[in-house]
Design a protein around this ligand. Structure first.
Ligand code: HDE
Length: 711
């Protein structure tokens, strides 16, 4: 079901440029109708191909040039169109029209991505996710190039190439793909203590999301809002998913990578096609400029958050994604973001990471898209027509009329005119800047551990366990003992127990750190190096734990119905209607994909067979009622497949509902299932089974029972 947003200027613009081949004749790129596209032009039936075959050469040349360089980072991604609606005017803080006029709907395109992997890599890598939003505002494009984690590994952009070189596959053998679990990454991290806060986030479940639709988005840096009076406020941007923030287990992530490496891309695509439009609340943390120094950290330091308990997030709008791209390459691949694409009312701060980004993004588009005219690619065009004196370059599309391409001019009547600020002309915020030219880190950036501790201490016990296991997994893949040792010594500054547990699993000792701080120049004055660590204003932040997220909906959750011939069709249909009524998506898994004849004679068509999918691709399982179905599911051919489905779902803390007559399956499943009280295992003895099932799915997982379920 496709719904095209009414009055979406951007999608209207794209529609005008899109071409349908329906009922059309095949042509060359010159519009010549082609009479035979099956055979090359040859000298005789069995002779050589002729140089003259311009149709062959045109087609092959185009094909040979089809690929463009992938993004140097964030190569793997997926995106969709949507709309931003402002619910509360921010005119007190900013003059940006799309943030002040609540009547206005602004078209957006969001591209989600992983960072490390190549374009064809798995969606389920343990990695940060990009959350890049292009707002096609009436005042020009505004790009909020965000991530699903609110801090970053490094404080200064000059370290970005080093970070990325360390993270990417190692250069001698190009191993591993889309993974940080290798020597060079941890070598770098172990020498860069400023990364510790980010490492806590990246090792947490945030880096293995259940869905792009269930991730938060963060602008990371402090930006500036500028209002009509020219007054500035600092601002941090947030997106909060209406479906809550949820993740998969690491074991699931690895299995999904094999079964369906397009899992997140497919999930986003299908949700939009089904009309279950992903939604986020858009929020801001606003800080008056005069309060800049009121925090126990520097607002310009991108390795720090402003805890929501200190400055609450004010929700001011919603973003809804409601249309899939028509063409992945043209839209998702060619979209070009840049944090420097701003509109009047939004300005930068001096965050040294942001400052460096302001150079990097245009530069990267020039090599990736091949021309300074990348803004003319349909997905990148602003909805406002562009008027300036920039001309020519590769693949120029706009045809500028007349002789004048300079300013000032009299021959063109002075056009195009500069806009006054009152007419929406952009003028940079007049921040006073002075000081000696220095190449050194600000002392106010020295505390690397307080917020790492804050994050770790704010996690629930299951989340702490996942984080610890992630570190053990990653560092076990590190082959150099000295790197492991440096890392556990770093961890000890965050949490002694965490460090000791990880060290024990790695077979190394936690030692006092005796290492150069790479962010401090060798000849720095020791007096300036004293730790600036201050106690944080808050020791615990509820917003940092995914345990406290929204758990009241099963909308778009995927439930697998496992069944075979003779299943209780009426019971299956009744449950299906109930679940679908609450927005869940039900998919039937048969012993094969051949239609299933239920006990009542009705026919159900499976979407999957037991061999084409796995329980990791579902949020919950229903083992369909019916003794005949059970007999088939338990025959020699299917038994181990069915039990591995169930036992995996059990291990991953999901809900499993055993229908009437499936005791033979239940009794052969993981014995711990019958030994523990478990709100997410539903059997025929339970009262109100459907409601119990729905509640369990809405709760996502019973992470609290993970130890019992895996005992
Ligand atoms: Fe990026 N980043 N980045 N980044 N980034 C790119 O631009 C860069 C950083 C982010 O879906 C590149 O078009 C530098 C932080 C996203 O197309 C490149 C630094 C945050 C995307 C680049 C950073 C991001 C990118 C590669 C440190 C979160 C994908 C391809 C100073 C706030 C956008 C491209 C998409 C992409 C540079 C750090 C987010 C090379 C130099 C911090 C979501 O220009």
């Amino acid at each position: 079901m496709k719904d095209f947003t009414p009055n979406n200027k951007k999608t209207d613009q794209l529609d005008q440029l899109s071409v349908s081949n329906e009922n059309e004749k095949l042509t060359t790129n010159q519009g010549l109708k082609i009479n035979n596209d099956q055979d090359s032009l040859t000298a005789g039936d069995r002779g050589p191909t002729l140089m003259e075959d311009f149709i062959f050469r045109e087609k092959m040349t185009h094909f040979d040039h089809e690929r463009i360089p992938e993004r140097v980072v964030h190569a793997r991604g997926s995106g969709a169109h949507g709309v931003f609606k402002l619910t509360k005017s921010l005119s007190k803080y900013t003059k940006a029209k799309f943030l002040t006029d609540t009547e206005k709907e602004t078209p957006v395109f969001i591209r989600f991505s992983t960072v490390a992997g190549n374009r064809g890599s798995t969606d389920l890598a343990r990695d940060v996710r990009g959350f890049a939003v292009k707002f096609y505002t009436d005042e020009g494009n505004y790009d909020l190039v965000a991530n699903n984690i609110p801090v970053f590994f490094i404080q200064d952009a000059i370290k970005f190439p080093d970070l990325v070189h360390a993270l990417k596959p190692e250069p001698d053998n190009e191993i591993p793909q889309a993974a940080s679990a290798h020597d060079t990454f941890w070598d770098f991290i172990s020498l860069v203590p400023e990364s510790m806060h980010m490492i806590m986030w990246v090792m947490s479940d945030r880096s293995i999301p259940r869905s792009y639709r269930m991730m938060e988005g963060f602008g990371v840096h402090s930006f500036r809002f500028i209002n009509d009076e020219g007054k500035a406020h600092f601002v941090k941007f947030h997106f909060k998913p209406r479906l809550g923030v949820h993740s998969v287990a690491w074991d699931e992530a690895q299995k999904i990578s094999g079964l369906d490496p397009d899992f997140h891309r497919r999930d986003l695509w299908e949700a939009i096609e089904n009309g279950q439009y992903p939604e986020w609340d858009f929020g801001v943390q606003v800080i008056p400029e005069e309060d800049e120094d009121q925090f126990d950290f520097d607002l310009l330091d991108p390795t720090k958050i402003i805890p929501e308990e200190v400055v609450p997030v004010e929700l001011v709008g919603t973003i809804t994604l409601n249309k899939n791209p028509d063409n992945f390459f043209c839209e998702t691949e060619q979209i070009a973001f840049h944090p420097g694409h701003v509109v009047p009312g939004i300005d930068f701060s001096n965050d040294p990471l942001l400052q460096g980004r302001l150079f990097s993004y245009t530069d990267t588009q020039l090599i990736r898209l091949g021309s300074p005219n990348f803004h003319e690619i349909p997905i990148n065009r602003s909805v406002k027509t562009v008027h300036n004196n920039q001309r020519e370059g590769y693949m120029r599309q706009q045809i500028d009329k007349g002789k004048v391409s300079y300013h000032p001019n009299s021959m063109g009547g002075g056009c195009p005119f500069q806009a006054m600020m009152s007419e929406g002309g952009f003028a940079s915020h007049q921040e006073t800047v002075s000081g000696p030219k220095v190449r050194r880190r600000s002392r106010s950036f020295v505390d690397h551990y307080s917020q790492a501790k804050l994050f770790y201490n704010s996690q629930s016990e299951p989340e702490k366990m996942h984080l610890q296991n992630a570190l053990v997994f990653e560092l076990s893949k590190v082959t150099i003992p000295a790197i492991r040792e440096r890392m556990v010594s770093q961890l000890a500054y965050v949490d002694q127990v965490l460090a000791a547990n990880v060290a024990q699993k790695l077979g190394v000792e936690v030692q006092a750190l005796d290492m150069p701080n790479q962010s401090i120049p060798a000849d720095a004055d020791p007096a300036t190096l004293q730790s600036e660590e201050r106690e944080p204003e808050t020791q615990y932040s509820e917003a940092l734990s995914m345990m406290n997220t929204i758990k009241n909906t099963i909308s778009s959750r995927k439930v697998g119905f496992i069944m075979a011939n003779g299943a209780d069709g009426a019971a299956a249909k009744e449950l299906m209607i109930t679940l679908e009524g609450k927005g869940a998506v039900v998919e039937i898994i048969g012993t094969s994909v051949a239609p299933i004849t239920a006990h009542d004679g009705s026919v159900l068509v499976p979407k999957h067979s037991l061999t084409t999918t796995g329980s990791v691709c579902f949020d919950a399982l229903y083992i369909c009622a019916g003794e005949q179905s059970t007999l088939q599911l338990m025959n020699a051919e299917n038994k181990h497949l069915v039990l591995s489905f169930i036992n995996d779902a059990y291990k991953h803390c999901k809900s499993i509902y055993f229908g009437e007559g499936t005791e033979a399956i239940y009794n052969l499943s993981n014995p711990s299932m019958r030994q523990h009280e478990d709100p997410a295992i539903i059997t025929p003895e339970d009262a109100d089974q459907a409601t119990k099932f729905i509640n369990a799915i809405a709760n996502h997982r019973v992470w609290d029972l993970e130890l019992e379920r895996n005992s």
